[in-house]
Write a new protein. Structure first.
Length: 446
């Protein structure tokens, strides 16, 4: 289920967020850039669950160049409970909401880029204190654009004293040299693609704060006057009226972030705590180790449900079918000489193995009812097509109740493997299937 995978992604996001908080303290104690910590946490929170899902769905490759091959039909298994309609509909609903939110945020992001590109040409270009900048009425100070990053300042900044104006220009120039707009754009794109993960939004906000604090530290190394620098930020915050885009780094940020930045500036010249560095690093390592120990469930894997103990109780399969459980003398089983699925040539040439777990109803004549055919798990679409094409030619001994043939819902795994031990001249080996459930119970359709 996709919901199970999303819960796994939330656990990974929460773990990496906690690790990033601990590692941020260690990097700040070492006076190292903290923005890379949060960018790494954001990237891993988005990519880690996706990689785990791909590992469980991609087909396995064999190590050697083995030409003989076999398709093995595993024992038929009676389905204990086929109530899979609700999880499927829930998955579809969740995916639909996910897509709608992502489209809405991507449109918002694209609209911001379009508006910035359109209004950017209206800002006049001037040289201020030897630097080329664009002057607006009420936007900035900020760095705008990705392909051509430019500094934009409001016109009232031109009336500041030369030392204060120099700090403003130096701050934005540091953003441009560090290519900070790229990090902010990547974070905005990640939250738009995975909007349901609140930890990505937390990481994106902390990344923006870390970008500004790193830039403050670089500016103060060249002009060590935290009091004047803090007063300048407060002045700009009071005068600022518009923000250019979500991914434009600015000298002034919201009041809560300004407070944190001013406190961070006061600690820049403080004593480095070795306990903070070591403790933060150890806590971050322990949290990441915990995240590595968490194992995801495959979204494509069939969900196992417990069978009902009440004999004869109805088990709903979908809106149009109802199955009942009865005592039977004989389970449905595959007859000898049944044809095996043809190994796909492309996968055989690539030495790719895999399996298909199919579910279908065997009718009273021993023929599979293809309308009921359902793939619960498959390692490749070509394997699925091979099973679907060969199943109508297979014949089963039907299940029997009181000497009368009845329909039975079964699950049957098909194993596609490459092996030197092909028992037949065609290279296809079909072992005799056997029932895996206890004798005397079956799921039947009256």
């Amino acid at each position: 289920m996709i919901v199970t995978w999303m819960l796994y992604a939330l656990v990974i996001g929460a773990s990496l967020t906690a690790a990033a908080f601990a590692l941020e303290r260690a990097t700040m104690a070492r006076r190292s850039p903290a923005r890379f910590v949060w960018f790494a946490a954001l990237a891993l929170s988005a990519a880690w669950p996706l990689g785990a899902m791909l590992r469980t769905t991609l087909p396995r490759r064999t190590s050697g160049g083995i030409l003989p091959f076999a398709v093995r039909l595993q024992p038929v298994r009676v389905v204990p409970d086929a109530n899979a309609a609700n999880p499927v509909s829930l998955d579809h609903w969740v995916i639909g909401v996910w897509i709608a939110l992502s489209v809405l945020l991507l449109v918002r992001l694209a609209r911001g880029v379009h508006i910035l590109r359109r209004t950017r040409t209206a800002w006049g270009e001037r040289h201020v204190d030897g630097a080329s900048v664009r002057v607006s009425e009420n936007v900035g100070p900020a760095v705008v654009g990705l392909r051509r990053m430019e500094v934009v300042i409001p016109d009232w900044v031109l009336g500041l004293d030369a030392p204060l104006r120099s700090i403003v220009l130096r701050h934005e120039e540091e953003h441009r040299r560090a290519r900070d707009p790229y990090l902010l754009f990547a974070s905005a794109l990640a939250t738009a693609l995975i909007p349901w993960n609140p930890f990505l939004w937390v990481q994106a906000g902390r990344l923006r704060l870390a970008i500004e604090m790193d830039c403050d530290a670089r500016v103060l190394r060249r002009d060590p006057s935290p009091e004047r620098y803090g007063l300048l930020m407060l002045t700009i915050a009071q005068r600022r009226t518009m923000t250019p885009t979500l991914f434009a780094p600015m000298l002034s940020e919201p009041v809560t972030q300004l407070e944190r930045r001013i406190k961070a500036m006061q600690n820049i010249s403080g004593r480095v705590s070795r306990a903070t560095m070591v403790g933060g690093s150890l806590v971050a390592a322990a949290i990441v180790a915990f995240a590595c120990s968490v194992q995801p469930d495959s979204p494509a894997a069939p969900k196992q449900t417990a069978s009902r103990s009440a004999r004869g109780g109805p088990t709903p399969v979908n809106d149009h079918q109802t199955y009942f459980e009865f005592q039977v003398e004989q389970q449905a089983k595959l007859l000898p000489g049944a044809p095996s699925p043809r190994y796909p040539d492309m996968l055989r040439s690539a030495h790719i193995e895999g399996s298909v777990l199919a579910q279908f109803v065997v009718d009273t004549t021993g023929r599979p009812i293809m309308d009921t055919f359902k793939v619960l798990k498959s390692d490749h679409d070509l394997f699925t097509n091979a099973v679907r094409n060969s199943l109508p030619m297979m014949r089963f001994a039907p299940a029997r109740v009181g000497g009368k043939a009845v329909k039975q819902l079964v699950q049957m795994p098909f194993q596609f493997s490459l092996s030197h031990n092909a028992a037949t001249t065609s290279g296809v080996q079909i072992p005799q299937p056997s029932m895996s459930r206890r004798p005397g119970s079956a799921v039947l359709k009256p």
